[in-house]
Design a protein around this ligand. Structure first.
Ligand SMILES: [Zn+2]
Length: 161
């Protein structure tokens, strides 16, 4: 498994809802967590592995205490509050880090890897990573939020890739 890089069409597709919660899905989430850890990322969405399904994994322990690895299936952000500016990067856009403004706090509905439904509030880095990864499921990349000038600089860097 390797991480797809910007310019790959799979990163621009809308991912489909997951219906089957089986051993295969569990193994896939473990694989994604391994890939995230090996790549020193704090979040990874299935499309970054070339799979257009609505699953993402996070582990923000390198930047915030009290968290470990988590898998989110069919996540939907229900509500957001406040705003914060943080520097983001993306395993699919290596070498680029830019400040992005997003809501500070979110209410998210999702299913666990076993299909259990949950609704939880997150703030800080967890809210940030989840918004970034949920965007991946819609084919949206964090560079889409940058100014046109900065977007052009990023595109130029990747157009020859
Ligand atoms: Zn990303």
């Amino acid at each position: 498994m390797k991480i797809r890089v910007m310019g790959d069409n799979v990163l621009r597709q809308k991912a489909t809802e997951i219906q089957t919660f089986d051993e295969k899905l569990k193994n896939l989430s473990k694989e994604m967590i391994d890939l995230m850890h090996n790549s020193e990322g704090i979040g990874l969405a299935a499309p970054q592995e070339g799979l257009t399904i609505r699953m993402l994994v996070t582990d923000i322990s390198p930047v915030e205490k009290g968290y470990s690895e988590m898998a989110f299936v069919n996540p939907v952000i229900l509500e957001t509050w406040g705003e914060s500016i943080l520097e983001e990067g993306c395993l699919s856009i290596p070498g680029i880090r830019e400040e992005v403004e997003r809501p500070e706090e979110i209410l998210i509905k999702y299913q666990t890897i076993d299909g259990e439904e949950k609704t939880e509030k997150f703030s800080g880095w967890m809210a940030r990573v989840l918004q970034h990864e949920v965007d991946h499921l819609e084919g949206v990349l964090f560079v889409d939020y940058l100014s046109p000038v900065k977007q052009k600089l990023v595109m130029n860097q990747y157009s020859n890739a």
